[in-house]
Design a protein around this ligand. Sequence first.
Ligand code: NAD
Ligand code: MG
Length: 447
Amino acid sequence: MGHVTESGSIYADGPRGSACLPRESGGVRRKILHFLRVPPFSTPTHTMPLSHSRAELAPLSPSGSMRIAVLGSTGSVGVNTLEVIAGSHGRFVPFLLAANRSTKALFQQAHACRPAWVVVVDPAAASEVSASDLPAGTRLAVGPEALDDLVQSPEVDRVVSAIVGAAGLRSTWAALEAGKTVALANKETLVMAGPLVMRLAERCGGTIVPVDSEHSAIHQALRAGMPSEVARIVLTASGGPFRERSRESLASVTPQEALKHPTWSMGPKITIDSATMMNKALELIEARWLFGVPAEKLGVLVHPQSIVHSMVEFVDGSVVAQLSPPDMKLPIQYALSYPERFAGVARRFDFSTATRLDFEPPDPVRFPAVRLGHEAAARGGTCGAVLNAANEAAVRGFLDGQLRFTDITEVCARVLDEHPFQPDPSLDDVRRLDGWARQEVVQWACV
Ligand code: NAD
Ligand code: MG
């Protein structure tokens, strides 16, 4: 179920105005070791490294622990990440915690887990707190530039990118620019600028390991074969709270109803995205760039139990799926420990009880967002950035009572249709169209 932060914002600390986008250049620190790269779908010669000696893995702190930067630590993924770290028996230690405005929760987290740094990204929120309220040994930094610099520090071994929305692109970019391994929850990074981000990672020796449960499942399933042997990738979707609602009744859905997810407990923005199934649209685009797979090989199946997190079908017809209870702690831990596994704190399957697994195709009439995602993934270029920005603005409009639930996808389709498409945009183009799409939605909501 979605949550409301202590600041009262239903969008957590999420973006309200224009997106923060990454710096174009500067301070590239290359890592000597390249490891953990997901094989690009289109490169048949590449094989996934299946065994690694400890020495090949991340450079660890003198104590042997992996030092983690948790961006968006006060959010749903952030809180789960801290539980994974706490249950890791010292394998992981928090180096940095960052949040936007939820300083009370952030400072509580600092007292509980004693990171070296705490970053308050919003300067106005930072002006209301004092570094003297932090525990001894924890320092305070303020603003997005400070976060970029700290994320690039040699003392950071792995970065959890769990800021919500377009705002997450900037720090993810900084981390990849410094050659870091990023446990990526912020799907918007790849939706907006997938080709640019993947090229940056390639150039700077950075690596992305997905946290999104579907992409984590695909990442795991892909280890069963060669990229050239993959026939199809099927992302599963819970179907959200309105899976069985009639088309007519969807127009009158309230934010309170839409914030009640049947199987996952997540932040408010992604919970609304799950209800419209726009989350699956964004995930199709995310998968397209992350795995380098053409859109026509990507499919979606509704699976209400949220146990099968996604599947890969190989050319011989074998389908490899990843199953576990719906608990983000598992994909978070996988992204931090990959290529190793250990017994952590994620919930486990109870094989002694009867379990049903149902699958059905998504209804394109009641949930047109999935088709929109397919089209945007196939067309590429500026489509992801425009769809993402339009959706963020439309979700805001819905939560503020200016748009109906069904308007969200409709306005996204309209803005996507009308936008000045560019096939190979720069980061500046992405930034400009992000702002343009938000404006279009605001104007649409006002007429
Ligand atoms: P959330 O709303 O619960 O938390 C958002 C976090 O981001 C908070 O810590 C907030 O302080 C921080 N934040 C917001 N705006 C910021 C800004 N401008 N600068 C810096 N920090 C900012 O969100 P969530 O549900 O944890 O989702 C985080 C990301 O992970 C999203 O991109 C979401 O799509 C993705 N994701 C979430 C889940 C889930 O289970 N919640 C699953 C898969 C993917
Ligand atoms: Mg997901």
